[in-house]
Design a protein around this ligand. Structure first.
Ligand code: I6G
Length: 670
């Protein structure tokens, strides 16, 4: 019995340590199989000695039965809210108030602890003698719901604090959230099962934490960051908030990795800008940053006003979602004839800019969202992403609205609109007869990453096409100064400048030229792959579907698009005209196989390499004559795998593709 007990204690401690390494430090020490073995051993011992099962045992994370309703928890200390700052002036005023109340001499700057403000759910967890006993939602700040059983299922919540020196009681506070990757996977799985999907990670986190059945919560990818303290008994707090956060980490409580101590208003605003820049890649949703006076002594001196501390403020990012009305839904015709429904909106300030248009992507999306003229909608603009309509507020739909229909004919040229069964995209069949397609294909041809015709902006292209001066990209090279000077806002000087840049664009590369042609589904990377593979236009034009599919990353759909493009007489005429106007590129250099140890080889990269960044590794491979593909297939010669390699490694193993390390890659290249 005594040996069973000591073995159980040792197993619990070891499993808790592995949970901490896995969920909190993101640095697992042992493979899953070893972890499972420890858990199996502990479960077997506990089954033999049920009297020795304790609530802090890792086997007890998902326990109990579904509740009928949540119990109530009165917070030992109220969970307050934070004042908000919406501008730099608000932050400056906050810092001034802090310095004035503390009666700091002019010029003395305050140190603040700064961290992102997560868009999740505030919660409080009480540890008595280091053991997790009660967890509650914020509720109305005075009392919340008892979600202890659900919080226990979150891997990063320690059931017993690590280390020593635990106070008699500590109530830690933090935010439960769902990371972007976990949210996306959960919704993908739900969709595959035909279940309802969640609108955003916050709703998903709230819905998951407020499940009456903890075994459901246990399946949801919930995470937690701790940021503060409520009740605290039988111990002493360090002098600074930043030190308290370090203490939380020592106890195994996960804190946000972006926490910094910054000095003065300038320090705060730099932090705000930096987090704002990195916001899209943090991996979780935030709606601002929080600044707290770092000295706990000063926090006490500053105290509270109404329901918010005077020593902290949330500096919010501009709202990313707003409500507005749909004035109209129009159909835009793109370069390949694709019809995109675009909602014309009552202008609204969202995500830091005024938005008056939002894309509805395609007919399916329009049907799914059922956006109608006159509807009140939620518009989202996050970062630099094109604004989109999240959903219609059906309760506000006026009477007598009609479903928006896909037009039978192109709104620009009147040609028939066709939609292939099963495809999301409907297309105008007018081809280059359609002025809209013509304009878009010329804009694309001239764009910076294609032929890079400086000074040929969208408005100018539209004028040239509308005036009937230019019908295809080839006509650009036949433009005269007299034709240009007749256009709006085009003087002698600018006409000469534009002609010079059109002339300069003749000298290009095969890859840029291919990209500029605007073949459906041929982006820059594909164009580069095709150009490298075939070397010359002649060999590409005469290639069979199978030969085109031999290019890394080119599948049957892209190969068919390429073949179809060159099979069209109209396209071949434009290409020949372009060549006749002197568009040219250097001939491919003869293969220098002794300097190109990876010539003819296709490599795929996965995971984090020990020393090389992704771009460096790709450049190295290309320089050695190899090709870099984005996914593993039978055509892959080597998979270069680093740390945290994922599904590509599994696929390579399945297909018998050679897997090499960075060191082996460097060896091959040398
Ligand atoms: O709602 C909150 C989010 C984040 C907070 C908070 C926080 O710190 C990072 N801190 C406090 C003190 C309060 N609410 C009241």
């Amino acid at each position: 019995m005594a040996t069973a007990k000591s073995r159980m204690l040792a197993l619990r401690a070891e499993i808790a340590r592995h949970d901490h390494r896995y969920y909190v430090l993101d640095d697992p020490e042992v493979p899953d199989a070893e972890y499972d073995r420890l858990m199996r051993e502990l479960r077997a011992l506990e089954a033999e000695h049920p009297a020795l099962v304790t609530p802090d045992s890792p086997t007890q994370r998902v326990g109990g039965t579904a509740l009928r309703e949540f119990g109530e928890v009165v917070h030992g200390m109220p969970m307050l809210s934070l004042d908000n700052a919406f501008s730099e002036e608000d932050v400056t005023a906050f810092d001034r108030r802090v310095r004035e109340r503390l009666e700091l001499p002019d010029g003395e700057q305050v140190e603040y602890n700064c961290e992102p403000k997560l868009d999740g759910l505030a919660i409080s967890l009480t540890y008595v003698d280091g053991v997790f006993t009660v967890g509650a939602t914020r509720g109305d700040g005075v009392k919340g719901e008892d979600v202890t059983a659900n919080l226990r299922t979150i891997g990063s919540v320690p059931l017993r604090l690590l280390g020593g020196r635990h106070p008699k009681l500590v109530e830690v506070r933090g935010e439960v959230f769902m990371g972007d990757a976990g949210f996306a996977k959960m919704n993908r799985d739900a969709e595959a099962r035909g279940d309802k999907v969640f609108v955003n990670p916050r709703n998903a986190a709230a819905g998951s934490l407020r499940q009456l059945d903890p075994s459901i919560t246990a399946t949801r990818p919930l995470e937690i960051f701790f940021y503060g303290v409520g009740s605290f008994e039988g111990g002493s707090l360090p002098p600074r908030h930043s030190e308290f956060l370090a203490q939380l980490r020592e106890w195994g409580l996960r804190t946000c990795p972006e926490i910094r101590v910054c000095t003065g208003v300038e320090g705060l605003l730099d932090y705000y800008r930096e987090i704002g820049r990195r916001r899209p890649t943090l991996g979780y949703q935030i709606d601002g940053v929080v600044y707290k006076v770092d000295s706990l002594g000063r926090q006490r001196e500053l105290g509270f006003v109404a329901r918010a501390p005077r020593w902290a403020i949330a500096h919010k990012f501009p709202a990313e979602e707003e409500m507005t009305q749909v004035r109209d839904v129009e159909w835009q015709v793109g370069r390949t004839g694709a019809l995109t429904p675009v909602a014309r909106l009552e202008p609204v300030f969202v995500g830091g800019v005024t938005v008056s248009n939002a894309t509805l992507h395609n007919v399916d999306e329009l049907t799914r969202k059922d956006v109608r003229i006159g509807d009140t909608v939620i518009v989202r603009r996050a970062g630099d992403v094109i604004p989109e309509i999240v959903r219609v507020i059906l309760e506000r739909r006026p009477r007598g609205t009609d479903v928006v229909q896909l037009p039978a004919s192109c709104p620009v040229c009147g040609s028939a609109v066709s939609r292939i069964e099963g495809e999301a995209v409907a297309r105008c069949t007018g081809g280059l007869v359609c002025p809209a397609q013509r304009k878009e294909s010329i804009k694309h041809f001239a764009s910076r990453r294609a032929m890079d015709v400086e000074g040929l902006g969208d408005k100018l292209v539209e004028q040239l096409v509308d005036a009937g001066i230019v019908a295809s990209a080839a006509d650009l090279y036949a433009l005269t100064a007299a034709q240009l000077e007749g256009l709006e806002r085009m003087g002698e000087k600018s006409a000469a400048k534009l002609l010079a840049s059109i002339a300069a664009s003749r000298e290009t590369t095969f890859a840029r030229f291919l990209f500029a042609l605007g073949i459906p589904n041929v982006g820059e990377a594909t164009a580069l792959g095709i150009a490298e593979h075939f070397g010359t236009l002649d060999s590409l034009q005469s290639a069979s579907l199978e030969q085109i599919m031999a290019v890394p990353d080119v599948g049957p759909v892209v190969a068919e698009d390429v073949r179809e493009f060159f099979d069209s007489k109209r396209n071949r005429d434009v290409v020949n005209l372009l060549l006749a106007h002197g568009v040219a590129w250097p001939a491919p250099t003869a293969s220098k196989s002794e300097n190109q140890p990876l010539a003819g080889k296709t490599l795929v990269l996965t995971g984090t390499l020990p020393t090389l960044g992704r771009a460096d590794a790709e450049a190295l491979i290309r320089k050695a004559g190899g090709k870099v593909a984005s996914s593993v297939s039978k055509k892959t010669d080597y998979l270069v795998a680093g740390d945290s390699a994922g599904s590509k490694l599994d696929k390579a193993t399945q297909l018998g593709v050679a897997v090499i390390s960075e060191e082996q890659l460097l060896h091959l290249v040398r």
